[in-house]
Design a protein around this ligand. Structure first.
Ligand SMILES: [Ca+2]
Length: 508
């Protein structure tokens, strides 16, 4: 006489009414590859569901645009120089305070599944199952609560499978916090074989500044190594590894001396024989096309862009498809209404703007990360233009869970902003450290961004400033630092930068 299918009945089961937290972080997902942000490249219907029934942020900046550091900031609500994880050489001090630990202490069930990339073992989770290092696209190696596992299949599906299994096993009397962190769409952008044929034969639009010559700016954007035209023919372009020789290489790939051919062979060989067969059907003609053509330098740069962007987007199709499984699960179990869902990336990404891939620079594409939040017990669509940051994620999550935000967290909850009660931040402070070691040769720099301007200081082996008028020059092609007309604004930005460096306890 009691129906088990009633969502109402399932909803009333939980006595603890605090909202669940579903924290979704993908890796290197540019907001320009999400249709809710107006992408001309891809449809992401399931991410769009969150935006159409929640809050889409247009100005969420990261503090340090690179994988590990950004994750450490999200966990701690503290800048890299405070949480100790400044660049990808670092190892996260897991003994420190994080929002999952505080939620666990407050009675939440905490789970961390997928990309972790902080070297040290996760702490503060009732269950964790993480990809090793950057993670493999095929047959990924994982560590479950300390035990190493060799999985079969495609990483985005696997991370979702494990997440759904663990959600099913949880204590349903308590709220949960699940960090559901996808490896995709991180380099080297290997799509699921079932998505290989998407975009086949199409030419996607190339950004207007793809052939940027880096004039009117400091030396820093000229001296990087993150141009699409320099991508590896092996690892990135995915030419048939069996045909590959050193002389086939046309790019530096961001790190001279890196063994890209072997890295590519290893990735390729993680596929099963059946997967390889599907893979080869798609990539062999591409390999042949390359060997049979004599591209000019410009044609090769355009060819590489198409190869890059299409693989990148196919990886996102899989993320979006798997997100629908999570949404269905929440709806079927009656938890959809009372769950705070956060969709974000560890940073933005260049999709050919300035001729680049990767991130690191304080320019808009890399600095601004997608952030969409489906609020508990609300389906009102909002667009929020406040100057929020990934630094604010931890305090915001704690605020929604009704847990006191510790005073030493440097971010601020933006729940009041969502509720129309105001939010105050004059400028977003940024600092990138990974130079000259590591990848891509992006020089050390710090700076501040307001809603109209940006000031950047490159230092270390250089001492140059850049300033941009974001309203007039949204693509940041023209450095106005030192231009007399902007002298007053420049002085104000310098003052704001000094103020923020003092506030966040950073000194060079
Ligand atoms: Ca990343």
């Amino acid at each position: 006489m009691f129906s088990c299918n009633s969502n109402e009945e399932k909803k009333t089961k939980r006595i603890d009414k605090r909202p669940n937290i579903l924290f979704i972080m993908t890796d290197d997902h540019s907001r320009h590859a999400i249709s809710a942000y107006g992408s001309k490249l891809i449809n992401t219907p399931n991410i769009d569901i969150l935006a159409n029934q929640g809050v889409r942020f247009t100005n969420c900046a990261v503090t340090n645009s690179i994988c590990g550091p950004s994750r450490a900031v999200a966990l701690t609500g503290k800048y890299s120089h405070i949480n100790g994880f400044k660049d990808n050489r670092s190892s996260f001090d897991g003994s420190q305070q994080t929002f999952p630990k505080l939620l666990q202490k407050a009675g939440y069930q905490t789970m961390m599944i997928g990309k972790w990339h902080l070297k040290s073992k996760p702490e503060g989770f009732d269950y964790w199952n993480i990809l090793i290092g950057q993670g493999d696209y095929y047959a990924p190696r994982m560590v479950e609560n300390g035990d190493t596992l060799n999985m079969k299949g495609y990483v985005t599906d696997i991370v979702t499978d494990i997440s759904l299994t663990q959600l099913g096993k949880r204590d349903k009397n308590k709220p949960f916090c699940l960090m559901y962190n996808q490896k995709a769409p991180h380099r080297n952008w290997m799509p699921n074989v079932k998505h290989l044929n998407l975009y086949k034969g199409q030419k996607l639009p190339i950004p207007s500044n793809y052939f940027d010559q880096y004039e009117n700016r400091s030396r820093a954007p000229k001296e990087q190594d993150l141009e699409v035209r320099d991508m590896y023919m092996s690892l990135d372009m995915k030419l048939d590894p069996n045909t590959f020789t050193d002389s086939t290489e046309t790019g530096s790939g961001g790190k001279k001396g890196f063994d890209a051919i072997n890295s590519w062979k290893n990735s390729y060989n993680r596929m099963s024989e059946v997967q390889k067969e599907e893979w080869d059907k798609y990539y062999k003609p591409i390999t042949d096309e390359f060997y049979n053509s004599s591209y000019s330098e410009k044609e090769l740069a355009e060819w590489k862009y198409q190869r890059y962007i299409q693989d990148y987007l196919k990886c996102i199709v899989s993320i979006d498809e798997n997100l629908s499984r999570m949404i269905d699960y929440l709806k079927e179990t009656g938890e959809w209404e009372n769950t705070l869902i956060i969709y974000t990336s560890d940073q933005g990404f260049f999709l050919g703007e300035h001729g680049w891939y990767d991130k690191r620079f304080m320019y808009e594409e890399s600095l601004i990360t997608p952030l969409i939040m489906k609020l508990p017990n609300s389906d009102l669509a909002q667009v929020n233009n406040d100057l929020v940051m990934n630094l604010d994620l931890a305090p915001t999550i704690l605020d929604y869970a009704g847990v006191k935000v510790p005073e030493d967290m440097q971010g601020q909850s933006f729940k009041p902003s969502i509720e129309g009660k105001g939010f105050s931040r004059k400028g977003q402070y940024y600092h990138y450290y990974e130079f000259p070691y590591g990848w891509h040769l992006v020089k050390k720099h710090y700076g501040v961004r307001t809603d109209s301007f940006k000031l950047i200081h490159y230092y270390n082996d250089i001492d140059e400033w850049e300033m941009y008028d974001l309203k007039k020059d949204p693509n940041e092609m023209n450095n106005i630092y030192g231009v007399p007309k902007y002298a007053k604004t420049q002085k104000e930005l310098h003052n704001l930068l000094n103020e923020l460096r003092l506030k966040y306890k950073e000194a060079i």
